[in-house]
Design a protein around this ligand. Structure first.
Ligand SMILES: [Ca+2]
Ligand SMILES: [Ca+2]
Length: 398
């Protein structure tokens, strides 16, 4: 068994990277550091494209472009990529050139707290229909909630057209946290959405609400009649699984099984194999506890709830989840990758049947907001915050 690297060492390594980055910038006289973005500035990366974007990794890292609070990466079949910015901006990026263009027609978003423009995913038949899905936080009666809209991307016009909302969190509540709102498609073209509990706890167990759930829909937002709670109410019929907290990662493995990563409270981050109709226990059980110190019983006290395949304490703050199906990193085919916010890392996870283990943790020197596999078989990550970079990870040549 490879042991998980203790967090303190990861943090130390990240600090050393940060320091070395400072020195490098100071040496060439372009140092503009802030806490959210300890790496080189866009001008630096443009001036030295061959240099590693992140030092100390066992593979090459190349900065492609820089964004303002990027949130999600959505690859298109032609190898270009859409990137969302939390403030409500959608950008199209060519690869490998890294030319960035803003796309108009994005719905108005509630940009505050953890909310704003969220995930972006093309329809599985994007090459034929040009449809793109966006998730975002919106204002409405009762407060705020996540929504998912779809529209047709006209790349020549640089515009999203015929935009319509296909799903909403119910009910809208006050606050601006735990939207979740990652999007995935399965091999049958079904639309899957991870819905956070909006920091309201009990809705995760309430089937009159779709908060704290994973939902499964047809691509137009209608409800499939073979969902596990079909016929048990308008909201319940959307639900695939319940008892989730803030599921910021959702992805299918090569066998077509759904997994999700979710933020625990104080401790207890989770990777779950998401099963039909299953209850993942929040807020009744968690291997973490409430931030105010009140205990939440651990998963093993209540075997009727599905246990996580991996639980992390100290936390990594999983932002994102992707399965690697490429061959550019042949040793990693079938592995899961999780971006860590507080962990400032990319976590490699090996899957064995229904179980999973952390196999490796790469210190990224900053908070990682999303991870995705490109059509070229490279891994791409995006950094969190102001001046967050889109970075391509690939084996070193030779
Ligand atoms: Ca759980
Ligand atoms: Ca606990």
């Amino acid at each position: 068994m490879t042991r998980t690297r203790p967090l303190v060492l990861t943090t130390l390594a990240a600090s050393l990277l940060w320091l070395s980055g400072c020195n490098g910038n100071a040496a060439n006289g372009t140092a503009t550091q802030d806490a959210a973005s300890p790496q080189a500035t866009a001008a630096d990366t443009g001036a030295a494209p061959a240099a590693d974007a992140i030092e100390g990794l066992p593979f090459a890292s190349t900065a492609v472009a820089t964004f303002n609070e990027p949130w999600a990466i959505g690859f298109l079949p032609d190898g270009s990529v859409l990137v969302t910015e939390k403030s409500g901006v959608l950008k199209h990026v060519t690869l490998p050139g890294g030319e960035v263009r803003e796309i108009s027609g994005v719905p108005a978003v509630a940009y505050t707290g953890q909310g704003g423009l969220g995930d972006v995913k093309p329809h599985p038949q994007f090459a034929q229909n040009g449809i793109v899905y966006l998730s975002f936080a919106e204002e409405g009666e009762g407060g705020r909630g996540a929504a998912v809209a779809r529209g047709r991307l006209d790349l020549e016009a640089g515009a999203l057209q015929d935009v319509s909302v296909v799903w909403r969190q119910v009910p809208k509540v006050d606050g601006a946290g735990h939207y979740g709102h990652r999007i995935a498609f399965d091999g049958d073209g079904k639309l899957w959405i991870s819905s956070g509990e909006r920091q309201k706890f009990d809705p995760s167990q309430n089937m009159q609400s779709n908060l704290g759930k994973v939902v499964r829909l047809n691509d137009d937002g209608s409800v499939p009649d073979d969902n596990p709670f079909a016929g048990k109410g308008e909201v319940a019929s959307q639900v695939w699984s319940l008892g989730h907290r803030n599921p910021l990662g959702i992805a299918f493995d090569a066998q077509g099984r759904l997994w999700n990563s979710e933020m625990g409270p104080a401790g207890g981050d989770e990777l779950n194999l998401v099963k039909r109709g299953a209850n993942y226990g929040y807020p009744i059980v968690s291997n973490g506890d409430h931030y105010d110190g009140r205990e939440i019983p651990d998963h093993d006290t209540r075997p009727e709830f599905e246990k996580p395949a991996i639980t992390w304490t100290p936390v990594i703050s999983p932002s994102s989840l992707a399965f690697y199906s490429g061959t550019l990193f042949p040793a990693w085919t079938g592995n899961a990758f999780i971006g860590g916010l507080s962990g400032q890392a990319l976590v490699r996870v090996e899957i064995d049947g229904d179980s999973a283990r952390e196999a490796e943790r790469f210190p990224m020197g900053g908070r990682i907001r999303d991870v995705a596999q490109g059509p070229d078989g490279a891994l791409y990550v995006i950094e969190d915050g102001k001046d967050g970079r889109l970075i391509r990870l690939a084996p070193r040549a030779g």
